[in-house]
Design a protein around this ligand. Structure first.
Ligand SMILES: Nc1ncnc2c1ncn2[C@@H]1O[C@H](COP(=O)(O)OP(=O)(O)OP(=O)(O)O)[C@@H](O)[C@H]1O
Length: 233
């Protein structure tokens, strides 16, 4: 599925965070949106997922206009979300999480456990007994069981040890190679470049440039301006 976001404006209360975001993710490719703290990455993901209402602009998946649809309808249209912070329930076991997320389709529990074997060893463990990496794998498993055609991931490597972050990146890259359309938001170029075909640079709620991953590898300074740290009041 191809995702096309055009002129997207969104915000909270009186404040606008997204000021006309334009981006496209071609079917079966991965786009990383790279931006510093507060650039609007989570706001973008939530607006695409229908958790936040767009004030202007459109979100279109293939020929289906998702703009203004509530989150459960966006999910049913084929959009899976791996939220920031994993959002795992402390008192439910891994097996219970998987059962709750399951919808019929290509992704079955055995298939998900084949991709994420560590979860298979933790089926009886509760959410609060999982490591950060295991919780992230569970968040990915839950999203896959909703049978997405487009997967949104909000900083999936955040807070993970180096090895676990590498494992999460490998899983996302494998999903993308398997034909899933992927949009992930990231603060760290190394995570973005390990997974993405294209990288969009988000600054103050606008996409200011889009590069291929190869272009950014060859010219890493291109991210300096959008990632440079500014002092927040
Ligand atoms: N629920 C909310 N109500 C009001 N303002 C919010 C809310 N959520 C986010 N914001 C503000 O919107 C702006 C963008 O936040 P957003 O979470 O989208 O950024 P981000 O790029 O994802 O940052 P981070 O890397 O810290 O997650 C910030 O100024 C933030 O304070």
């Amino acid at each position: 599925m191809t995702l096309t976001v055009s002129g997207l404006h969104a915000g909270y209360g009186g404040g606008t965070v997204l000021h006309g975001v334009d981006l496209q993710v071609e079917e079966g490719t991965a786009l990383a949106v790279l931006g510093r703290n507060g650039a609007g990455k989570t706001t973008l993901v939530h607006t695409i997922a229908g958790l936040l209402r767009a004030r202007q602009g459109t979100v279109v998946l293939d020929d289906t206009n998702l703009t203004g649809r509530p989150a459960h309808k966006v999910a049913r249209a084929g959009v899976g979300l791996v939220p920031q912070g994993r959002r795992v329930f402390a008192s439910l076991t891994v097996a219970e999480h998987l059962q709750l997320s399951r919808r019929s389709g290509e992704w079955t529990v055995p298939k998900v456990l084949e991709l994420l074997p560590r979860l298979g060893e933790r089926l009886r463990n509760k959410g609060n007994q999982l490591s950060g990496g295991e919780a992230q794998m569970l968040a990915i498993a839950r999203a896959l069981l909703t049978q997405p055609r487009l997967l949104l991931l909000d900083e999936p490597c955040e807070g993970l040890a180096v090895e676990l972050a590498a494992r999460v990146r490998a899983v996302v890259a494998e999903l993308s190679r398997g034909g899933l359309t992927v949009l992930l938001v990231e603060q760290q170029p190394e995570h973005a470049l390990a997974v993405a075909d294209h990288v969009a640079l988000l600054s103050d709620g606008r996409v200011v440039a889009t590069h291929t991953a190869d272009e950014l590898r060859a010219a890493p300074h291109l991210t300096d301006q959008v990632l440079s740290v500014t002092t927040h009041a």
